[in-house]
Design a protein around this ligand. Sequence first.
Ligand code: DAH
Length: 353
Amino acid sequence: MTTIEELGSLKSSVLADIAGAQDTSRLEEIRIAVLGKSGTLTVYLRNMGSVPKEQKAEVGRIVNQAKQEIEGALEAAKAELSARELSARVASDAVDITLPGRSQHIGTRHLINAIIDEISDIFLGLGYSVIEGPEVETDYYNFEALNAPADHPSRSMQDTFYVRDMTGKVSAVRGESDILLRTQTSGVQVHAMEDQPLPIYVVAPGKVYRRDVADASHLPQFHQIEGLVVDEGITFGDLKGTLDFLCKQIFGPDRKTRFRAHYFPFTEPSAEVDVSCGICHGEGCRMCKHTGWLEILGCGMVDPNVLFMSGIDPEVYSGFAFGMGVERIACLKYDVPDLRMLLDGDMRFLSQF
Ligand code: DAH
């Protein structure tokens, strides 16, 4: 076979390969095999020196023509195959805009925050302000200014978390530190009486801490809402009316309240308030331990001595105070059997509220 014939058959077999290529990577293989550094056509061009003189011009023309034709065919095939590949990719990657969306999980307010907001709103509606006080307190605000006698059991190390004092000591014995985690929100009453102009109508929600082991009805950290009114001519009747209204707002208009005499160091007289059981409506059931009533808060008339210690003249002003546990109210309102469920972070439970 002459060189010219060889070139002719090489060209037609390469063109046939190009025509039969199914994808662009096959085209690239062909290009390298023919036109690459040691490709068949490149080798022809490199070996032009050995072609007899009289054939040189003719062979050169044919090689160049073959090269041009192959390059043109490669280019055309590449354009067609890459367009085909692109549309196949577009079809397979396409987003189906008719599919229903996946909904994002949106968090909800925690039940405790919901109850705090609900009760705060009730009092805002009565013209009260919502205030806050410090969780790390001094013995003075948590106990002393609230008339808690020095031997009051709540002051003991068994009940109160004491904090490192100013000198850096962690108190092992009661009295060595006067800094503590508040055991009640009642200290905010003292801050309010010191800081606010009279008359005072405030509620103060917040966290409180006690050295209790968590069980179904105790938590070492929980929430209270404190209330304080100081004005001229405030009576026990105002207290009863306010708290009866509160209970009906929280639990429903058909619920009754009763006030039982009790003792708190900072109120005189003091009372505990019960609300009629929502399950048996007073008949007696397991929920209310067969009494028909559920205890929900403590309250009383502010002890004149407490007013006096905070610089308010008890001859001119009188007041009432109350305090309630938020977790307890949440459990009573929604029949939650165990306080610890409020802390578990189980969305099956929490998302119900
Ligand atoms: N601080 C009391 C407690 O933690 C609750 C309480 C009772 C608050 C009577 C009051 C009140 O303001 O008047 O048990």
